[in-house]
Design a protein around this ligand. Sequence first.
Ligand SMILES: [Zn+2]
Length: 363
Amino acid sequence: MIVEGAIVDADGPRAAYVRFQGERVAEVGKIGTDSTHGSERRIRGIVIPPPVNGHIHLGDAVSTREPPTGPLERLVKPPDGWKFTLLRSATASAKRRAIAAAVARMGREGIAAAIDFREEGEEGLRLLRRATRGSRVRIVALGRPLERPILPEEVERVLELSDGIGLSSAREESHGDRARIGTACKKARKLFGMHASENVREDPDVYLDPRPDLLVHLTEATDADLEQVARAGVTVAVCPRSNALFGRRPRLSALERIGVPTVLGTDNVMFHAPSIWRELEFAYVSNRLAGERVSPEFLVRAACVTPWNLLGEPEQARVQADGPSRPIVVRLPPDDPAYQLVGRATEHLIVRPASAKGGKGPG
Ligand SMILES: [Zn+2]
């Protein structure tokens, strides 16, 4: 199959054709120069590296009701927030089914990986692994040890089951505990992440010590804070729909202007469908609504490029012949392709090259 149109990847948007063999990229080049002389089926579309959901809490997928209004802390703060009371009351099998359904949906939407913050300690991680076994979406699970002060043995066990550790927030942890967790993650070569500056501004000197790999939200961070985060080379995950539900907005145009590596996430599954396409559109239009502008290119990078850098696999974010990436195709007009992706993409327009029928066709 040949896709004629555009590529948007780590090297930015450009007009191109891509020839697929199965799900592999066999050729990339200028439109009209492919080697098949019209013998292969061709379609118009935009080729992108597979998107990653940069921040999600799959564990709370079991609840799908409208959340009560009120302060966010009352809803999601461990251990007695509405969310945690609800998690305790749900059975393991109900949670497992809900997680599996959310992951299946991400798979249908073309998501290749999701970075999950898993609460509930070792048991929570085991449940997540059981629920997502065999899924085509890779789950990057950041677990959370439960004992405080932390027990090194528990941290070790959590790290064995996980891809790293994701804390609720720096404010809720002592410096000693964060330092021990940060060191353990580094030693295990796994990710260390936490939420920060979500409801109130926190001091970057605190949440950057020890240096995490990933900070989530930073809605209340100032320009100076973001500059400090950028200098530290820390990636920031933003979740515009989840923030909006509680009257907040990530500072996307500032993140872009300052050059903070940014990834896009859908946050709590209990609040929103884990759809990166809905997140992209909302991220873009909510900024325009607020009288600001974040570029579509920046947002597409946040969904399809920057997360692969965070995961240490930058080649996944490049559409090139014989590369490791397994790109997806979105059947949209290739003009101004990044804007098409943020403004018009839905799961219905996705073509997976491997499952597309071969042979000549009108496309
Ligand atoms: Zn979160």
